[in-house]
Design a protein around this ligand. Structure first.
Ligand SMILES: Nc1ncnc2c1ncn2[C@@H]1O[C@H](COP(=O)(O)OP(=O)(O)OP(=O)(O)O)[C@@H](O)[C@H]1O
Length: 232
């Protein structure tokens, strides 16, 4: 369904990963793990087509995503670091506008249901500019409750700024989406309730070019010099 073939990514002077390959079946939770700066957000952005790799391709249903374009994006729900919440719109207006931008057909009643699911019923008509960070995150995440029919969810640290109840609700929703055959790819340290067989962990660091120690580099340089001398 989703396949990454020989993906290489450079940022600035650094090669973050090289030849990264994996395939994902429906009904899988893909957790992108690793240390700060390893390239987790970068990998998610490559998966959405927002960034292009130096080499390699991402395939959705057998077609490269950059070729599939709209056909791919219709089947994708991406929620990045930024919430994309507009301060001058009310909470419900934000949800309805976000849904329209994502080509989801959401009625006002469905938007209200989604806001209830994220615990924002009391803030439906409040201007989003008056919300806390956690509440803003909830407004953005409400889209997920309208995206159950969207097969692929790509989420960058979705649990950030949520309280304990918010985390539990979202973890449950993600678990259900995977159990129903969806693919959820996310960066998180949070446990999500899925069967072990449905969990896949990808660490971009494991695909980074090996760093040579100073001793290894000196030995390689000496060997190269010796080989050059032998030729002359
Ligand atoms: N706009 C940019 N230009 C050049 N390099 C960048 C840019 N943005 C990020 N980087 C570099 O790319 C690398 C990977 O960044 P990325 O945000 O993907 O890491 P991450 O694993 O998601 O990190 P974190 O866990 O801290 O969120 C980092 O070393 C970072 O310095």
């Amino acid at each position: 369904m989703l396949e990454v073939r020989a993906l290489t990514c450079e940022r600035g002077e650094r090669t973050l990963f090289q030849g990264l390959s994996f395939a994902v079946e429906p009904g899988t939770l893909v957790r992108i793990a690793g240390s700060n700066g390893a390239g987790k957000t970068t990998l998610l952005r490559l998966m959405t087509g927002l960034m292009r790799p130096v080499e390699g391709d991402v395939y959705w249903r057998g077609t490269p995503i950059l070729k599939a374009a709209q056909d791919y994006w219709r089947e994708l729900c991406y929620i990045g670091h930024r919430n994309g919440v507009k301060d001058d719109l009310s909470v419900i207006e934000n949800v309805l506008v976000n849904a329209r931008v994502a080509s989801l057909s959401a009625t006002e009643a469905e938007a209200l249901e989604a806001l209830d699911a994220v615990g924002l019923t009391d803030f439906v008509d409040s201007p989003a500019g008056q919300l806390s960070q956690g509440q803003r995150r909830r407004v953005a995440l409400a889209r997920l409750w309208l995206s159950r029919s969207v097969p692929l969810w790509i989420l960058d640290e979705p649990f950030t700024a949520l309280d304990v109840r918010g985390v539990a609700r979202l973890a449950k929703l993600i678990g259900e989406h995977v159990a129903e055959g969806g693919i959820v790819m996310l960066v998180t340290h949070q446990e999500v309730p899925v069967e072990k067989a449905r969990l896949m962990v990808i660490e971009p660091e494991n695909w980074s070019p090996k760093k040579r120690s100073a001793v290894e580099k000196a030995l390689d340089d000496a060997a190269a010099l010796e080989a050059e001398n032998a030729q002359n």
